[in-house]
Design a protein around this ligand. Structure first.
Ligand code: GLU
Length: 435
């Protein structure tokens, strides 16, 4: 066996691409990147009926979206194909012959059984340590309908594909003893096993399943999450960089990723934390990249107003929560007929006399020939001080009037971007609609 690391992600595409599978793919990919090894995608589709083309496409699409490109496998080929188990029947029959010749396979009730050694096997797991077990019973490797069984094809493929490291979910830990028996029966080099902890659902007990909210990669694609944010969050489900940092660049993660950082305890999926990672990544994007994504998130044509739009996006980037909500946060910059948010309105009208304050601000604007957001801001501050009023009694109604919202970007640059004419018109509309 060559020294070069070869890892594989071996999904059975019988359903949508969920967080747990994506995390397994990711850890394999990270390990390949970390070691300069090869990442193989192998499709374990021996369970014919349930493996649908549609699921395979969702899987490949999700992996590509997450940036988990494979070096060998479907669409890209490689020297150890075919990469679909459904196309490897001849190979399985050859390997069955080897076992028969060694007296390690026999027929019973139409099925083919593997004869176990009866010896104690020790699994040296890179994460869970040594696990000693004796495989007591012979187990089937071909069903009576002639199809090969998971344990057999999984090991045969790992041998043929020269897999050096098997990184997979902890739910396979109990299968591994069977796999060790098979590797030994074939006199094949044993890969290093690294089982990774389960992902528990966000609340209560139990493993995260495909039915749990937030469990599918497609959901994050549809909600316009940043793939690098989802990927970053998945890295932290069962791996600990031990540097008190979680929001990290993938290059840095690749450098640090190894089996020592994988934790044994189960990880808990936290949708809010995922959202937080997304926000952090969004705010940290270079301005030009952010502007591009922000523009794409809006169903508007910015032709002829690119400069203005980019200024709006750049101003709002530090306040952006996610790309899904972003359009509703900045729409007022592009549309004069925005609605006044009822919750914001109620909040503003709870305190003081917002209408009177707006009338005052409207007067200040009249006396100004060259609109300047900072100058208006300063005037408002003076007025508030002289009347002994809180600044918010002016600025909250002003924000509501010019944007329809309770929160948003910084006041002065927002006013400057809108410009004096629009600010005045918007206050007029607010006065007539809110009074
Ligand atoms: N097809 C198996 C699964 O999806 C692969 C297990 C393995 O990685 O060895 O769980």
């Amino acid at each position: 066996m060559s020294d070069k690391v070869r890892v594989r992600f071996a999904p059975s595409p019988t359903g949508f691409f969920h967080i747990g599978s994506a995390r397994t793919a990711l850890f394999n990919w990270l390990y390949a990147k970390h070691t300069g090894g090869t990442f193989v995608l192998r499709i374990e589709d021996t369970d014919g009926e349930r493996n649908r083309e549609e699921y395979l496409n969702i899987l490949k699409n999700g992996m590509r979206w997450l940036g988990l490109d494979w070096d060998e496998g479907p669409d890209v080929g490689g020297d150890y194909g075919p990469y679909f188990q459904s196309q490897r029947e001849n190979i399985y029959l050859e390997f069955l012959e080897i076992l028969r010749k060694k007296g390690r396979a026999y027929d019973k009730d139409g099925a083919v059984f593997f004869k176990v050694s009866g010896e104690k096997q020790i699994l040296h797991d890179a994460v869970y340590g040594d696990v000693a077990r004796i495989e007591e019973k012979d187990f089937p490797i071909f069903r009576s309908n002639g199809t090969p069984v998971f344990h057999f094809v999984n090991v045969v493929d790992d041998i043929c594909m020269k897999i050096t490291d098997v990184i997979r979910g902890q739910d396979h830990l109990t299968n591994t003893n069977k796999h060790i028996e098979l590797f030994k029966a074939f006199d094949a080099p044993m890969p290093q096993f690294a089982h990774i902890p389960l992902i528990l659902k966000s609340e209560g007990q139990g493993k995260m399943s495909k039915r749990d909210r937030g469990a599918l990669i497609e959901e994050y694609q549809a909600k316009n999450f940043l793939p690098e944010a989802v990927r970053n969050y998945l890295c932290m489900l069962g791996w600990n960089p031990k540097n008190d940092k979680e929001i990290m660049d993938i290059g840095e993660i690749i450098k640090l990723f190894d089996f020592h950082g994988i934790v044994k305890s189960n990880a808990r999926f936290d949708e809010r934390k995922m959202a937080h990672f997304n926000t952090e990544h969004l705010r940290a994007l270079p301005a030009d990249k952010f502007c591009e994504l922000a523009a794409a998130s809006m169903k508007r044509d910015f032709t002829g107003m690119e400069e203005y739009a980019n200024k709006v996006f750049a101003l709002c980037q530090p306040k952006a929560l996610n790309l899904e909500a972003f359009p509703s946060m900045v729409d007022f910059f592009f549309d004069d007929s925005y609605a006044f948010d009822p919750v914001a309105k109620e909040k503003v009208f709870k305190k003081g006399d917002p209408i009177a304050r707006l009338v005052e601000i409207r007067e200040m604007l009249k006396s100004e020939s060259n609109f300047d957001g900072q100058a208006l801001h300063d005037k408002i501050c003076e007025a508030a001080e002289s009347k002994g009023l809180k600044l918010a009694e002016y600025f909250s109604p002003l924000r509501l009037a010019v944007s329809g919202l309770a929160g948003g970007p910084d006041m002065v640059p927002m006013l400057d971007l809108l410009g004096g004419g629009r600010v005045s018109k918007r206050i007029d509309r607010a006065l007539s609609e809110l009074s």
